[in-house]
Design a protein around this ligand. Structure first.
Ligand code: SF4
Length: 401
């Protein structure tokens, strides 16, 4: 598995696979075509179908330059290798200089055609949760200590920065009003949720209100193109920070404890990214929100210093109860159902930790098994439910604007 640096990426929303990934691809391509006076970019599959809503065209033009970039949306050509496929063709004085195909495989990661290995080297030798647990038990260490062993102590500086960016996104989100761009007329709600007390506020309703406010805050920042951290993607970026932001003051956890928790959650996200998928275009929303929920649950379980069985059970349940969740963003925007979905998943993550605390001894399904199941389920989902905005809510709801 790769470093957590490539799971927790800092960048602008609204989509890691549709904005961050294509921007990375554009930068890579330009290294081969510095002299080009025109670059044609052809977007296929999900990138064509939700590219405008996800701002793919604007992101790519931002890297290549408005004047010399032509974007073509190809809705017809099948995408056999990966649903997020894009071609770059460079020209000079009308002559073709070179062309390359890339796949945006989720979380801002890109593969060039023919490239088997991901761009960044593996730093984790073990690729299943079972193996990692066995290793940690032998050495009597926690997950965050395993992360430090594989990544070096420098990882803490990076995760400190990750936590800073997450916290800033929460702070901006809970203090901003307005309507999100894109024509759907989606009102920003984090500020209202944060300030408005429930009519019958008690500890339980307050917990839910605050977690939701934080998740809405980060997701709304993402939808408006703000700076966020992929956890594991842009669309699902609100779940982990909401959970951590809620828990930190409640139990006075230190920043060091929070970044150790992010490391434990990162192992979970990395395993899913390596052995299955974190891409909505590949496996539906279960791969994005389900993974985010599992990461948040594992992180919260680490904060409470639960044992490895309990951490595994919390993460496993979080995936299990998102199985089959479709990706059907209205208008191809990362707003409905995405923003609310982050809030619900953040609450679910804490519920999963509570159950795991009591019931870990009785569990029957391993984390590795549920990841395999999620991947197979995702592959079986009809294409219309995988970030094409052609099925589900995206089909039923008629845009009024
Ligand atoms: S529905 Fe889920 S997977 Fe699809 S864009 Fe929204 S958050 Fe991402």
């Amino acid at each position: 598995m790769q470093s957590l640096r490539y799971l927790y990426r800092i960048g602008n929303g609204p989509s890691s696979s549709h904005t961050m990934g294509p921007m990375v691809a554009a930068k890579r391509f330009l290294k081969h075509a510095e002299n080009a006076d025109k670059v044609k970019v052809i977007l296929y599959g999900s990138l064509a179908k939700t590219g405008v809503g996800h701002m793919t065209d604007r992101a790519v033009k931002g890297v290549i330059g408005e004047d010399r970039c032509e974007i073509v949306f190809d809705f017809e050509t099948p995408t056999d290798v990966h649903p997020n496929t894009l071609d770059f063709i460079a020209y000079k004085n009308g002559e073709e200089l070179c062309r390359k195909r890339y796949f945006s495989i989720g979380g801002g990661e890109v593969l060039a055609e023919g490239e088997e290995k991901r761009e960044h080297p593996d730093v984790y030798p073990l690729n299943s949760f079972t193996q990692i647990v066995e290793y940690c038990r032998q050495k009597d260490i926690r997950l965050w200590q395993y992360v430090e062993e594989c990544e070096g102590v420098e990882i803490w500086d990076y995760l400190t920065e990750v936590w800073r960016v997450m916290s800033q996104a929460v702070a901006r989100g809970i203090s901003t009003d307005g309507v999100l761009h894109g024509g759907l007329g989606t009102q920003r709600k984090a500020r209202y949720l944060y300030r408005q007390r429930h009519i019958d506020e008690n500890e339980e309703t307050k917990t839910n209100r605050l977690i939701c406010a934080y998740a809405f805050a980060v997701s709304e920042e993402n939808a408006s193109g703000g700076v966020i951290v992929t956890a594991p993607t842009c669309g699902a970026c609100g779940v982990v920070p909401a959970t951590m932001k809620y828990l930190q003051p409640k139990r006075k956890f230190t920043d060091t404890q929070i970044i150790h928790a992010l490391a434990a959650g990162g192992i979970i996200g990395n395993l899913i990214k390596t052995n299955a998928s974190i891409s909505g275009a590949e496996c539906g929303c279960q791969a994005e929100i389900g993974t985010a929920c599992a990461m948040a649950a594992a992180a919260a379980a680490e904060l409470y210093e639960l044992d490895l069985d309990q951490i595994e059970y919390a993460a496993e349940m979080s995936i299990e109860h998102h199985l089959g969740l479709t990706c059907d963003p209205i208008g191809g925007l990362v707003q409905i159902p995405c923003i609310e979905r982050n809030a619900i998943a953040a609450m679910r993550a804490l519920n999963a930790v509570n159950l795991a605390d009591f019931l870990a001894d009785t569990r029957k399904i391993s984390f590795d098994t549920i990841v395999e199941t999620m991947y197979e389920t995702g592959k079986d989902l009809k294409v219309m439910y995988r970030e094409t905005a052609e099925g589900g809510l995206a089909k039923k709801y008629k845009m009024k604007y």
